[in-house]
Design a protein around this ligand. Structure first.
Ligand code: NI
Length: 152
């Protein structure tokens, strides 16, 4: 088996129009070479919700924006966070404007718990936006990282 930090080279064939689009994309994203861009895309793909097993230990954030004027919503969101207190490390609350609150919940736990918390947040009336973003948090200290996007 290959060493963890060993780089493996391999050839990839692209249709010409696709590689032109890809080169434009990676330039727009600030990459200086194709390899780094492809590695990031692969890492992101491997962290798609369908790829992560439900008992995987991950850490990340749930970012949400909601209207605190909606009756009961602040209480419901707080109650949910108490239910999941084992999976929540910290919460930051920002009063965006007169009506809207931004909350960043830092989470660490197994994927199924975090998905459950995220889903219960995003279905609440008055939650405009909720996104779960995770990275592996196993004991190996893997550097893989990416996002699980779920927009309301
Ligand atoms: Ni607020």
């Amino acid at each position: 088996m290959a060493e963890r930090d060993e780089l493996i080279r391999f050839g990839v064939s692209f249709p010409a129009p696709l590689i032109e689009q890809f080169d434009q994309y990676i330039e727009d994203q600030g990459y200086t070479n194709r390899s780094a861009a492809i590695r990031d895309l692969v890492r992101r793909s491997l962290l798609e919700p369908s790829r992560l097993s439900s008992d995987e230990l991950v850490a990340g954030t749930i970012v949400m924006v909601y209207d605190h004027h909606i009756s009961e919503l602040p209480m419901v969101l707080m109650e949910l966070q108490h239910q999941f207190h084992h999976d929540i490390i910290s919460t930051m609350h920002v009063h965006l404007n007169h009506a809207q609150c931004l909350e960043v919940i830092v989470v660490r736990g197994n994927v199924s718990n975090l998905r459950s918390l995220h889903q219960q947040i995003q279905v609440q009336n008055g939650v405009f936006y909720a996104e779960l973003s995770v990275t592996y948090a196993d004991d190996q200290g893997s550097s893989e990282h990416g996002h699980v996007h779920d927009h309301t």
